[in-house]
Design a protein around this ligand. Structure first.
Ligand code: FAD
Ligand code: FMN
Ligand code: FES
Length: 474
């Protein structure tokens, strides 16, 4: 609550939105009437409207735990009404038969509008082998699958209250908007349909909800079962070759899921056969580094944008940043002037030998086990390469220093960085990979240095699992 308020304030979100004639609605949740009221008071200066999450299905003690009990809904709304004078929307559960009553109780207690509906659940989602798809085990269903339920609830709410209704649940086209309008909604919410939509295409997408337009192609979200064909390296860092191809371009990544352990994004180091380079730092990466030939992994993707050189380029990589750089070298070797590769030690660079056979590769390691004993930035000699194009991948602190050096000889729009941010969905709908208003999974991971320079986050702030912005240690 505090972090959110501070960030909203420092970014000046409310002022900027109001200047454009927009409304900022903050969604809040709590476990008791008092908590809801406290959060509402704290958030009120940073929003125009407030939405009470009385419907999230999978957080015990919150959301739907409260929202399925009409009397509790009434007392929460009453407490928030007493705490703030701002417009309140109560977001309700998708319970056909109960939605009208809940909306009535909320409005009687002082709600100005109803948001209908939240996701349908809690449900346990599993793959064909019975593996729980969600780390939390339980989750909510959204998108087209719940549209008919959502429409029924909106119609029920319309027949029991006269306030504005924000209709949502599976809206992805103009036809859907019209269906929700006929059911009684006057405002419309879109979540799941944003899957795979880069930020530059958002306006066109929202325009299509008004004027119509062809449906958008969506990225693949079904997991593909693959086996490890070959793996080498150590338990700290490993090259994993899979038993199939993933048609992709350098810079793109896949989400790799190990049932019972977790799912994380990994850059493709090659597409045919698909190859990954993994450094063990936590549960998923360590489990991947222990895999041998024949082990099974679940893969979805490829996701994200990619890099294709427009002129002769120089590649720079650090640590596992070697993965997409290796892929670029394989794909565009003729256009590569040289590559600078850095790592802690030779064992962290299992693809180095093959890279050296493809291009002029200069290496630096911190322990001096291969190449010069220094950082990659110390060996970069860009004399005679003015105006060249650059592709960098590695830890963000390295990207900042490397790009700074490169920008002395070339324009920032010819410097490209592959940025890794904390990611969950990989398809643009959870927001966890946010970087300066971009969602790195759909807008990146390849960004021009010009784009990165214009923000406040790159090299300074990253987001933790909770979404809180924390300082990025250089
Ligand atoms: C687009 C994209 C591409 C990626 N490509 C690769 C890749 O090719 N190879 C690869 O190994 N990883 C890659 N990652 C990182 C990977 O997705 C995971 O974040 C990482 O493997 C840690 O996951 P975990 O579950 O093992 O540990 P977590 O529990 O997520 O992390 C454990 C701790 O390690 C820290 N940490 C995370 N990554 C690193 C790192 N690289 N070095 C040091 N500390 C770290 C975390 O902040 C945390 O404190 C990529 C990430 C993104 C977003
Ligand atoms: C990834 C994801 C995260 C969501 N998080 C929230 C949330 O934090 N609070 C909330 O009230 N609803 C949340 N929802 C529900 C949506 O806001 C929306 O009510 C629901 O998904 C139906 O709309 P849709 O089909 O357009 O996604 C989430 C939905 C998705 C898919
Ligand atoms: S929006 Fe979910 S990981 Fe990018």
């Amino acid at each position: 609550m505090e972090s959110f308020a501070e960030e909203m304030s420092s970014l000046g979100v409310l002022g900027a939105a109001r200047k454009k004639g927009k409304v900022v609605m903050a969604s809040i949740f709590g476990g008791t009437e008092e908590e809801f009221a406290e959060v509402a008071s704290r958030i009120a200066p940073h929003a125009d409207w407030i939405e009470l999450n009385l419907s999230c299905p999978h957080a015990a003690g919150y959301g739907a735990t409260i929202g399925t009990k009409p009397d509790l809904v009434e007392s929460v709304v009453r407490a928030v009404r007493a705490a703030t004078g701002m417009p309140i929307f109560a977001k309700i559960v998708p319970s056909v038969g109960l939605a009208g009553l809940i909306a009535k109780k909320a409005v009687e207690a002082g709600a100005d509008g109803i948001t209908a509906v939240n996701t349908v659940g809690p449900l346990a989602f599993a793959d064909a082998s019975g593996n729980a798809l969600l780390t939390n085990a339980l989750g909510g269903l959204s998108g087209g699958a719940i549209k008919d339920i959502a429409l029924k609830c909106v119609a029920e709410v319309r027949s029991s209250v006269h306030c504005p209704i924000i209709g949502m649940g599976g809206i992805s086209s103009r036809g859907d908007v019209e269906s929700f309008r006929r059911a009684g909604a006057v405002l419309f919410g879109v979540g799941t349909a944003l899957w795979g939509v880069p930020t530059v295409e958002l306006r066109r997408f929202f325009d299509s909800l008004v004027s119509g337009g062809p449906p958008r192609p969506s990225p693949p979200i079904t997991h593909r079962r693959m086996r490890v064909k070959e793996a080498w390296g150590t338990e700290k860092g490993r090259v994993i070759v899979l038993d199939g191809n993933i048609r992709s371009m350098p810079g793109q990544f896949v989400n790799v899921w190990l049932p019972g352990v977790g799912e994380k994004p990994f850059s493709l180091a090659l597409d045919s056969p698909a190859m990954l380079l993994v450094k063990a730092v936590g549960p998923v990466s360590s489990a991947l580094c222990s895999l041998e030939g024949g082990s099974e992994v679940m893969v979805r993707g490829p996701y994200g944008n990619s890099y294709s050189p427009t002129s002769r380029c120089i590649l720079v990589a650090g640590g596992t940043g070697v993965a997409p750089i290796f892929f670029s070298l394989k794909r565009f070797s003729k256009g590569v002037l040289c590559a600078y590769i850095g790592g802690r030690s030779e064992t962290e660079l299992p693809l180095l030998h093959e890279m050296c056979s493809m291009a002029d590769v200069r290496t630096a390691t911190e322990d001096g086990s291969v190449g010069s004993k220094c950082l990659v930035t110390d060996i970069m000699d860009l004399r005679g390469h003015g105006g060249a194009e650059f592709l960098n991948c590695g830890p963000e602190a390295m990207l900042v220093r490397v790009s700074d050096i490169e920008s002395r000889v070339t324009d920032p729009c010819k410097i490209f960085c592959i940025v890794e941010r904390h990611s969950k969905c990989g398809i643009g709908i959870c927001g966890s990979c946010s970087l300066d208003g971009y969602r790195t999974c759909v807008d990146g991971p390849v960004f021009s240095y010009r784009q990165l320079l214009s923000g406040r986050d790159f090299g300074r702030l990253k987001r933790g699992a909770s979404g809180k912005a924390v300082s990025l240690q250089r």
